[in-house]
Design a protein around this ligand. Structure first.
Ligand SMILES: Nc1nc2c(ncn2[C@@H]2O[C@H](COP(=O)(O)OP(=O)(O)OP(=O)(O)O)[C@@H](O)[C@H]2O)c(=O)[nH]1
Ligand SMILES: [Mg+2]
Length: 654
């Protein structure tokens, strides 16, 4: 049997995800044709579907320069092109972070963000929203040569004077080579581009794979967004070492500063010892060579504080050659299949779990809510039938008397309704307070004030204070919001209890919600800022303020993202909190009204009793069918979720 490769497994995963999409979509469509979905459920399901559709799998490659990142990407993903797609050569090659992905909305192209954007406000995410900031080169897919010529631009550099390099935050006076170059002619070579986006219709990229290739040589440190969001959001990170250099001081630095902190999250993180072909030796036996490789892998692992089993020795270059020449023996020798297997085993299940969990939670909420609604409806109908059955054969006076019960029910319910409306207005004012604390306006004010304080201070202590104050106030806001949330939830819980006791509405346990994860994320950002602050100050003698403020802008845009998420999650929670109550109250009201009507109708003409009972029974049958259908649709989703092996089969039969 052919061993399953990353390509196979990823295709399998995509098929699983597509099947899931189809089934969740079926639920949404069914709810809408049966008129059972409220705005809240519809929004929830649409959001889920959007996430499934835009689902990406992000894999990042990180290392010091020339360890073979680009070569490894070529070998794993692009060997079908029978040549190097990404430029890879001795010395520094990839000069800027490069994202490879595919969107059918744009032509295949290489888009490059000029380095001078570093002197402008705005983070890479901001620039991504502004197509005019990028220089675009079309990719000619029919000509491999032209394509790789175009991609050579990833290696472009420009010569600038020290002041310009410094303004971009790209100068390190401690670096000997920089010092020498400046002494020679006053210029140094810096990357020409700040960021690259490659839109490429590769089968895996089409299915949502996003590859991030990074440049070595401390480039990670000069682009805050890599540290703040791109690496933490990658589902797998590969860190490369090279057998010819061994583990150097700067390898260890990159590992400690950027990769080690990513531990803990159950994300795949693999260490690759590349270029083992340098250790091949025709004069030694296979066992001897293997022992040399094992020794180097073990000592590298020790230097990174890892078990030896977590280091994967490979030869990216020989693997690429083997795949291009179709040489299975060389491919085995390159050991790339072992790395691919490990990557597949760690990456796909982890990703699947993430998607599974969020889909399941969303679907379950909606299904439970609709089931409750249908069950209440069914029970009320049953009550009515029972009541009418009891009326058979009774005379008008008795029936007159029977009308009293629903009338009393209605009066009691009307009183409850008044309480509910009063509660709504308390709820609205509590929500208003919460929005003031958590809302974007408060945040933007805080950002503005911090920016001003930073501009005014000329000493590092002032900058530090301004930032400290920024993080403290935001945490205070989050803390106060958390208390608001607690209060709102307590009030609603009490109210649900009251309505369930007094009016027989289904007991609902209001969903729980906490801002903890956002507070944690803020603490993480603050830690990164602290570390970054220290390194900047060690590294630079001039332009500190400017650099710090640019770092602040990136940080601020990240904080804005965190708050936007917190706000949208809070808003959905608030809706989810009040929606079941509203639905139930509405439902109860209609049912009461119907009961009153039907008793009055019977009062007017007792002979319609049988007809009315028959009518109710038909409605009950419809509701029962709806319950069955809902259960069936839900089972299909649960099946799709738990399916381990038959992704493709499901996609075909869904
Ligand atoms: N012998 C040998 N050379 C390799 C191997 N992998 C990569 N190389 C070579 O090492 C050099 C650097 O490879 P790149 O892929 O450009 O390295 P990189 O990590 O992308 O480097 P930057 O883009 O500069 O950060 C190139 O000349 C490759 O051909 C390998 O497995 N064996
Ligand atoms: Mg490279």
């Amino acid at each position: 049997m052919k061993p399953s490769t990353l390509v196979d497994e990823f295709e399998h995963y995509s098929a699983w995800r597509d099947a899931l999409y189809v089934r969740v979509e079926a639920l949404r469509n069914w709810l809408s044709t049966e008129r059972l979905g409220d705005a809240q459920s519809d929004m929830r399901l649409s959001h889920l579907l959007g996430r499934l559709q835009g689902d990406t799998l992000n894999v990042a490659f990180v290392a010091e320069f020339s360890r073979g990142k680009s070569e490894l990407i070529n070998a794993i993903f692009f060997s079908d092109y029978r040549q190097r797609v990404l430029p890879s050569s001795a010395g520094r090659t990839t000069m800027c972070p490069t994202e490879l992905y595919y969107t059918p909305l744009l032509h295949p192209s290489l888009r490059l963000l000029p380095i001078d954007t570093k002197a402008r406000d705005g983070s890479i995410v901001d620039f991504k929203r502004d197509p005019s900031a990028w220089v675009e080169f079309p990719l000619d897919l029919d000509s491999a040569d032209e394509m790789s010529a175009t991609l050579m631009r990833l290696a472009d550099t420009i010569d600038v004077d020290a002041a310009t390099a410094e303004a971009y935050g790209l100068i390190n006076p401690d670096d000997e080579e920089t010092a020498r170059s400046l002494e020679r002619d006053g210029y140094i070579a810096i990357p020409r581009w700040r960021h690259a986006l490659i839109n490429f219709p590769h089968p895996l990229l089409k299915q949502g794979l996003v590859i991030l290739d990074t440049p070595g040589l401390n480039a990670i440190g000069t682009e805050p967004e890599l540290t703040l969001s791109m690496l933490p959001s990658a589902h797998a990170v590969l860190f490369l070492l090279s057998a010819d250099t061994g583990v150097t001081k700067s390898d260890i630095e990159i590992w400690r500063q950027y990769l080690a902190p990513l531990q803990g999250a159950s994300r795949a993180r693999l260490v690759v010892l590349n270029k083992i072909d340098g250790l091949w030796d025709d004069l030694k036996s296979v066992a001897e060579v293997d022992a040399v490789i094992a020794r180097q892998a073990a000592s590298s692992a020790a230097l990174l504080d890892l078990p030896a089993s977590q280091v994967y020795p490979v030869s990216a270059q020989k693997a690429l050659v083997a795949k291009v020449r179709n040489d299975p023996e060389l491919l085995v020798k390159s050991r790339l299949p072992e790395l691919e297997r490990a990557l597949t085993q760690e990456l796909i299940p982890y990703k699947k779990e993430l998607v599974s969990e969020s889909t399941q939670a969303g679907v379950e909420d909606v299904v439970v809510k609709v089931t409750e609604l249908l069950e209440t409806r069914l029970a009320t109908l049953q009550d009515q039938v029972d009541e009418l059955e009891g009326l058979r054969g009774k005379n008008r006076d008795v029936i007159q008397h029977m009308m009293v019960t629903p009338n009393e029910d209605k009066q009691r319910f009307d009183r409850g309704l008044q309480q509910f409306n009063a509660l709504r207005s308390v709820f609205a004012s509590q929500v208003e307070t919460l929005r003031q604390r958590l809302g974007m306006e408060a945040l933007h004010n805080e950002v503005r004030q911090t920016r001003q304080a930073m501009e005014k201070s000329h000493f590092s202590i002032g900058l530090r204070e301004a930032m400290g104050h920024f993080f403290r106030s935001l945490d205070d806001n989050l803390g106060a919001s958390a208390s608001s949330i607690q209060e709102i939830r307590e009030m609603m819980t009490a109210m649900y209890q009251k309505f369930s006791d007094e009016h027989g509405l289904a007991a609902v346990n209001p969903p729980d919600f906490s801002l903890n994860k956002y507070r944690k994320e803020m603490a993480r950002l603050e830690r990164i800022f602290d570390e970054r602050f220290n390194t900047i100050f060690k590294m630079l003698t001039l332009g500190q303020q400017q650099l710090t403020s640019r770092f602040f802008e990136t940080l601020a845009s990240k904080v804005v993202q965190v708050f936007e998420l917190a706000n949208s999650e809070t808003e959905s929670w608030l809706k989810a909190l009040i929606a079941p109550m509203e639905t139930q109250v509405r439902e109860h009201k209609t049912q009461l009204k119907r009961r009153l009507e039907s008793v009055s109708r019977i009062h007017a003409a007792t002979e319609t009793l049988d007809e009315r009972i028959a009518e109710l029974e038909v409605t009950m049958a419809t509701v029962s069918d709806q319950l069955d259908n809902l259960a069936r649709i839900n089972t299909r989703i649960v099946d799709a979720l738990s399916d381990e092996t038959a992704g493709t089969r499901l996609a075909q039969t869904a």
